[in-house]
Design a protein around this ligand. Sequence first.
Ligand code: FMN
Length: 195
Amino acid sequence: MTVTTNSPAAPSTTDRLALRRSPQPDALVAPGPDAQEIDRLVEIALRVPDHGRLSPWRLILIAGDAKEKWVGRLMELADAREDAAKVRVSTRKLSSAPLVVVVVSAATPGHKVPEWEQWLSAGAVCMNVLNGAHAMGYGANWLTGWHAYDGQATALLDLADGEKVAGVILVGSVAEEAAPRPRAAAADVARWLTL
Ligand SMILES: Cc1cc2nc3c(=O)[nH]c(=O)nc-3n(C[C@H](O)[C@H](O)[C@H](O)COP(=O)(O)O)c2cc1C
């Protein structure tokens, strides 16, 4: 087996994971991943724990013309809402990134694997998209927004009854890194069990 070491110029995988940060939506720009990289990103996304092997999620990839039309249709829906000014701002966040990965939770209710666990698996898909994109040298930001909950907006994605949007994940090249943000202190949220 060949063991490779990371040069100082190439941060290790653990360093990269420890430093991952979501860029601002408008800092995610073209070029996005190419077709081969998108295939790889999807492969990484789907490599998640999945109790009962139910595949309780699916992905919708949005780019190019379809993305332009999707954002345009969302803007029309936004305009018709009472809170139009506010939701237009959150819709505009979808404009810049060249690729949007919508992670849909397609949990089976009443299964012996609780729905909660199936939802968590969809969350794991979202996190893998973030870490996968980051590992490939791109940035990603996990959003939901009004369009993840509004019935007319989710109809544009052809969601089946009971399906939920777990994440609307923007992926692209990083035009500007986001400033570090305060993080929970390990000592406050992680402890050893002592009995
Ligand atoms: C389920 C979920 C939904 C989110 N939805 C939004 C959103 O709609 N709008 C937003 O500005 N941030 C949203 N966020 C937060 C962004 O992902 C945020 O940029 C991120 O938490 C920044 O932290 P990071 O740098 O550690 O990734 C959401 C996060 C999660 C986990």
